[in-house]
Design a protein around this ligand. Sequence first.
Ligand code: NAD
Length: 502
Amino acid sequence: MTARMSESLHAGATSLVLPAHEGLYYGGAWHAPHAGRYVDVHSPGDGSCIGRAAVGDASDVDAAVAAARHGFAVWRDTPPLERARVLRAAAVEMRRHAADLAMLDAADCGNPVAEMAGDVMVAAALFEFFAGLVTEMKGASIPMGPDAIDFTVREPVGVVARIVAFNHPFMFAAGKMAAPLAAGNAVIIKPPEQAPLSSLRLAEIVGGLFPPGVVSILNGGRDVGEALVSHPGVAMLGLVGSIPTGRAVARGAGDRIKPMLLELGGKNALIAYPDVDPDALAAAAVAGMNFTWCGQSCGSTSRLFLHEHLYDAVIERIAHRCKAFVPGLPTDPKTTMGAIISQAQHARVMAYIASAHEQGARLVHGGKVPDDPALANGYYIEPTVFADVDPSMRIAQEEIFGPVLSIIKWRDEAQMLAEVNALDYGLTCAIWTNDLEKGMRTASRVSAGFVWINEVGKHFLGAPFGGMKQSGMGREECLGEMLSFTQEKNIHVSLRRVAAQP
Ligand code: NAD
């Protein structure tokens, strides 16, 4: 495998540690896929083959779910503080391998290596955070008078399947395990088919810390996801993915009345009031686009509603700041902006850029495939900014999941708010103003699950993240995420004597 890797991928970078296994991990062991299918994994950075991964199918899901049910029987009875100890040990192992995992994800998904150790740290922090919450899986007592005791307990749901997206492969595969594991569930992760390698390393690094069956990694495509959704042995589902996939998962879950958490797409607004410093605003608009990973982030504020008084001054500054993002090889530590995940996604983003030209938006920056010959075999697009975007244009309406910022001019607040809320998406919204009263009023009017005032892009452990409307259901990164993987049971104890009279 290593021999097939291109030289350019290694240039000036830490060596790439590939997973030693290619198969499926369940029941505490590695298994070949029943159908014997594997795919070559290519780097979006230079098109080279960097490894292989198994492609599971429904029969592999059957075997993994059976093993996970055994694991669940052990893990649910493991005392909470012992579960917490294991979660913390897993966090230590992840941190120990952060540099290697960052390089692997960079090669596999195209995000710059300099940033990807941060993803590993977030995953480790999630393990530690939920380890600290294990004793918060509390019930309540319900007053019944002197003749009875009534109380609730929270129990884990069983086997949880979490299906995740490609934009932060390790952070999602690892981080999404933490809450259900803390609550005593067994977890099966379905990694993204575009970037499966760091999930294999995840199993290698932490799998052995858990009783067999508690943690499973099942690589594959939509088939594996669908089989997990419909499997009677899977009690609950989590998806990080697109809205169409969310609908498919919700339909399947409905057939079996399964609870689910859906973290779906966004077409998020940054609302700029005229009282803000243009430099600060330009910095926020660019930061909110996540150009580092080519805008491939559900929370990207890809619609900038810019007040007419600031319009020209901020646009000029945004164009200037975009120059800091230069597409480069993801595995080069100096790279500030990586590659798009796949050829298909690259073509999709370029089609959106073409539609913007056709529909009359004004290109302010980027818009092209870079001409650097070193990047010729990868999937790169310059950071792209369009101004004079009309809310009816496709680039203002649809999630592009690429490095394209749409700037919309506004003057009437009511009309602007109507346009912000007009879409079916409702994930994040950033509001920038020095008038906190106005900021709070606007926050209460926008349909978004996560609102920043004078901040952008950041997640905070403990602060619930999730979408309104079509952007999803349920909240993550908080106590509520862990509790959502539990079910409440009421126990009523009558104090009436039931012993037979002598
Ligand atoms: P996707 O929906 O195509 O795939 C996500 C996962 O679902 C993959 O593992 C895929 O194999 C699986 N899948 C696809 N069809 C399925 C089906 N019918 N049943 C079960 N599983 C199925 O999404 P993507 O292209 O990998 O990721 C990009 C999308 O994810 C964007 O819309 C983005 O906004 C969203 N996303 C949301 C969040 C969030 O927290 N809200 C975070 C990251 C990404």
